[in-house]
Design a protein around this ligand. Structure first.
Ligand SMILES: Nc1nc2c(ncn2[C@@H]2O[C@H](COP(=O)(O)OP(=O)(O)OP(=O)(O)O)[C@@H](O)[C@H]2O)c(=O)[nH]1
Ligand SMILES: [Mg+2]
Length: 487
């Protein structure tokens, strides 16, 4: 089947159709496509040579000479320059619009094609998708966070506590569960965790199957990063006891993770001396996890190792007898191959749900410590990737402007000027026709300049977030970057 790549018919950052409010598009009924949100004003440009099939008040359907049918719709009226059956050329402006929010487009005869991709005008590309009807929104879930650790080490409690902290909002950030039912369940579970009257029953049951949660990280209530969180039963890590399919699932998840969270049970750090603590962490935790890290490095050759948060859970149990220097030493010994790599970012984060949690038959006070920091690390790294992508897009636009300036300054402009001097009337007509057929060089330059400004503004906002998160992370004295401890 033929794969196709089309230039988007409108300028702007492409997003998945899942993000638009129009049910025909977001459900996939219109076909596979993409959208540009918050366009305000702009032009609809044909991405191929072909002709117009139909013109509606706010939509146009066009077909390419080689049979690609594209339906383009805005959520405002269009000023159309074309009529049914009119031939159109690649790059021809077929309509303009003012005061729009979203422009959506989809290949309606999608079943005739294999891969369908859309390229931003002068930017990166997006795979056209048929949105899943059950999905309630979100960009593609590229950011995956996997939490690993022995059974009973506090992974699920950590997730519940983290959601409790972050759903309320912290430093301008907040997290919401994308699915409302999932959100309700999480809220009920962390309410239990807080409810001292429940005693032992305040804690979750051991996890018996892999659980995936879809979250959205927001800043100032704007979604900046959708991510998936995967919570495994700790028992699955023990290769001697697990089924092959369980091991495959854990392994795949680790390979595709943007950041790894490894829980080390603080109870293992309650011992008479450092060597005993090392032996316990090694036996209970690193012995099971290290083989996965080894295979990850093997699989990942040439790529960077994901950042790792070593989360010491239940820190309330061991904080009196284990200080920072000893923690460093213990974890360096237990995860020595990881610390030997010179491309890793490791941060050790002691966390706790409350210092008196286990007092009085588990009726102690819920008082979370540091639960936000591991997730800050994940966000920090994801933002870094986003910022690189934005910088690349800005660079592309700058190159576009440079190319356009060269076009203006060379052949076509002087020839056009001379023609206009000799045949002024004919060239006025020619210019008028051109104006509706193609965006002029200066228009395209303006599109690029506007885009650079928008990207730059978003990039600046991301940089501010990035720096704030970096300050938070560096405030922990237990960060290990590219082969050395950060003092
Ligand atoms: N003192 C203390 N105990 C905690 C804390 N967090 C969790 N626990 C205890 O650890 C137990 C296990 O926590 P879970 O979150 O269920 O452990 P898990 O890693 O998800 O375990 P599996 O689902 O079996 O893999 C809880 O039932 C609590 O008793 C904490 O911050 N402090
Ligand atoms: Mg669990």
């Amino acid at each position: 089947m033929r794969n196709i790549i089309l230039t988007a018919p409108v300028e702007g950052r492409l997003v998945s159709l899942r993000e638009v409010n129009d049910a025909d598009f977001s459900s996939g009924r219109r076909g596979r496509g993409a959208a540009v949100k918050n366009c305000q004003s702009g032009k609809i440009i044909s991405p191929f040579n072909g002709h117009v099939l139909k013109v509606f008040g706010n939509a146009i359907s066009i077909v390419s000479n080689n049979g690609i049918k594209l339906f383009i719709q805005a959520d405002c009226a269009l000023n159309t320059f074309v009529v049914e059956n009119l031939e159109i050329e690649n790059h021809q402006v077929i309509a303009t619009f003012d005061n729009c929010c979203d422009v959506m487009f989809a290949v309606t005869n999608q079943s005739e094609f294999g891969n369908i991709e859309f390229e931003e005008i002068g930017g990166s590309s997006i795979k056209a998708d048929t949105p899943d009807k059950n999905s309630k929104g979100g960009k593609s879930l590229d950011t995956k966070l996997t939490i690993l650790g022995e059974t009973g080490s506090g992974k699920t409690c950590y997730l519940l506590g983290m959601y409790y902290e972050m759903s309320a909002g912290r430093d301008g950030y907040s997290i919401i569960a994308t699915d409302r039912d999932e959100s309700r369940l999480l809220v009920t579970r962390f309410k239990n965790l807080k409810d001292a009257s429940l005693g032992r029953a305040r804690f979750p049951e051991p996890t018996d199957a892999a659980q995936k949660y879809k979250f959205e990280l927001q800043h100032a209530f704007n979604t900046i990063l959708p991510f998936e969180w995967i919570d495994y039963p700790g028992g699955w890590l023990d290769a001697s006891k697990s089924a092959g399919s369980e091991l495959d699932e854990v392994e795949n998840s680790i390979y595709n993770s943007s950041a790894l969270f490894i829980c080390i049970d603080g109870e293992n750090l309650i011992a008479d001396n450092t060597q005993d603590k090392i032996d316990r962490v090694r036996e209970k935790c690193s012995r099971h996890i290290s083989p996965y890290l080894g295979r990850l490095a093997n699989n990942n050759r040439g790529k960077k190792f994901p950042p790792v948060a070593l989360i010491i859970t239940k820190f309330d149990l061991c904080n009196r007898e284990t200080d920072e220097d000893e923690i460093r030493l213990i974890l360096e010994k237990c995860f020595s191959p990881l610390f030997e790599r010179d491309d890793t970012f490791i941060v050790i984060i002691p966390v706790s749900l409350g210092s008196e949690l286990q007092d009085d038959e588990y009726r102690g006070t819920f008082k979370p410590i540091n639960l936000h920091l591991p997730i800050y690390m994940g966000i920090w790294f994801a933002l870094r990737d986003y910022m690189r992508d934005y910088e690349k897009q800005i660079q592309n636009e700058r190159e576009n402007i440079y190319k356009r300036s060269n076009e203006e300054n060379t052949f076509s402009e002087p020839v056009r000027k001379l023609g206009k001097a000799l045949f002024p009337f004919a060239f006025d007509v020619f210019d008028a026709v051109q104006a509706i057929r193609k965006p002029s060089t200066s228009d395209l330059k303006q599109i690029s300049e506007d885009k650079i400004k928008r990207l730059q503004d978003e990039l600046n906002a991301m940089k501010k977030s990035y720096e704030r998160l970096e300050r938070e992370l560096y405030s922990i004295n237990l960060t290990y970057i590219n082969g050395r401890w950060r003092k």
